[in-house]
Write a protein that binds this ligand. Structure first.
Ligand SMILES: Cc1ncc(COP(=O)(O)O)c(C=O)c1O
Length: 394
């Protein structure tokens, strides 16, 4: 069913460009995520949401299955805490001393905010702050798979190997004020690498093969670290693994207590191309046709909201509605002008809207101050994104 007419009704008086979240589709994605999680809890990855109201909505809808938030910056975690959220895991190391001091105070007041470390250098840095209040730490282990000539994974944590892990545990235990409370391993090569791309049969086969190799190794690494934690009588609040793209495998690991999920809620275009799951396109943006240079070509204002990561056509926003719109390969989505080709039945003209989907989830919110929350034929509310709150966290 083509939703173009529905959205045209909903947004008939809204001035493009604007972003929206379709709550009915978001609800479907939440349900699918709950099913995919099996018996694991879900930690909401804020980077892939970037809107306080939606974060609260997701936590409410996930109910008992929700287990806090995975933040991306220390300042963000403080701001979310001040806005009533708790159980905040900062998933990437921070060297923001002012924020860390504040976090230590909030921790002493009973808030749960976890800082990420992966090396002795991180521990040295935290110790040098001479804090008098405690800090809760999570350790980030490397789950990349090293193959000849290829790191199938990401360059993040240097924490690999049992003896390195033992040394780090010992170092942190000696510090007194730093408490190990979480363990995280992000298998990016499973969660963030698509394996079912259109017209890329050979690549899909290669990636699936590499994933298979990697999936044999990941549980063993995680188990060996958990054994060390147990030996040292460290009591953890959580063991975090995976992401939207890896739920089917991450949930099978006994030691994992929760899975981080963000992108699956909005479901941007990069998440259309996985074998194991399908989500609904819950978030998008509209731009407006402002000129018609030729028959069947409609040029819209703005639209060039390209996603981060390795440069490629998969990072470009894609026309979504009306069905059948496509970009022009030597212009794509432009800074101020985006031409689309359309030969379908809708009667497009100046002022008509074309709906697009972003390649990534949260980055959409860095382009708009507000998003419309839509349900059925109604805009329920218009809410601020992080950007609309005047917040930029990186
Ligand atoms: C540490 C970590 N966990 C989980 C995820 C998964 O997030 P998403 O569900 O948005 O793909 C990411 C994404 O980059 C990540 O960096």
């Amino acid at each position: 069913m083509d939703k173009y007419k529905d959205y045209e009704k909903v947004f008939h008086s809204s001035r493009a460009p604007f972003a929206y979240i379709d709550l009915s589709l978001l609800d479907i994605n939440i349900e699918r995520t709950l099913l995919r999680a099996g018996d694991k809890k879900i930690r909401i990855a804020t980077k892939s949401v970037r809107c306080l109201e939606v974060l609260k909505y997701l936590e409410l809808k996930l109910g008992e299955k929700a287990n806090g938030f995975m933040c991306y910056s220390a300042q963000e975690a403080i701001w979310l805490c001040e806005n009533g959220l708790d159980n905040l895991l900062i998933a990437y190391p921070s060297l923001d001393s002012e924020s860390i001091r504040r976090i230590s105070t909030l921790t002493s007041e009973g808030k749960k905010i976890y800082l990420m470390v992966d090396s002795q250098e991180h521990v040295d840095y935290l110790e040098k702050l001479n804090l008098s209040e405690p800090l809760l730490l999570c350790l980030d282990m490397d789950l990349s798979t090293y193959l000849p000539g290829l790191n199938f994974g990401v360059f993040r944590s240097p924490l690999r190997g049992k003896s390195e892990f033992q040394k780090l545990l010992k170092r942190i235990k000696e510090s007194g004020i730093l408490k190990i409370k979480g363990l995280m391993g992000y298998e990016a090569q499973i969660a963030g690498v698509t394996d079912n791309q259109d017209k890329r049969i050979v690549m899909n086969i290669i990636i699936s093969f590499l994933k298979k190799i990697s999936l044999k190794k990941i549980p063993k690494i995680r188990e060996s670290y958990l054994r060390e934690i147990e030996k040292q009588n460290i009591s953890l609040d959580f063991v975090n693994g995976g992401g939207t793209g890896s739920m089917e495998s991450t949930r099978t690991e006994e030691g994992v207590t929760e899975i981080a999920v963000g992108s699956g809620f909005y479901s941007p275009t990069l998440f259309d191309s996985y074998k194991n799951f399908k989500y609904e396109p819950a978030a998008g943006f509209a731009i407006e046709i402002v000129r018609k240079p030729q028959e069947n070509i409609y040029t819209c204002f703005a639209g060039g909201y390209v996603a981060s990561g390795a440069v490629g056509v998969d990072k470009i926003p894609r026309p979504y509605l009306p069905t059948g719109c496509s970009l022009i390969s030597n212009e794509m989505a432009g800074e101020v002008q985006t031409p689309v080709i359309y030969k379908g039945l809708e009667n497009l003209g100046l002022g008509s809207k074309v709906y697009f989907r972003h390649a990534k989830a949260g980055e959409l919110c860095e382009r708009f101050n507000k998003v419309f929350l839509v349900r059925g034929e109604k805009v329920e509310r218009e809410v601020n994104t992080y950007r609309g709150e005047g917040k930029f966290f990186g």
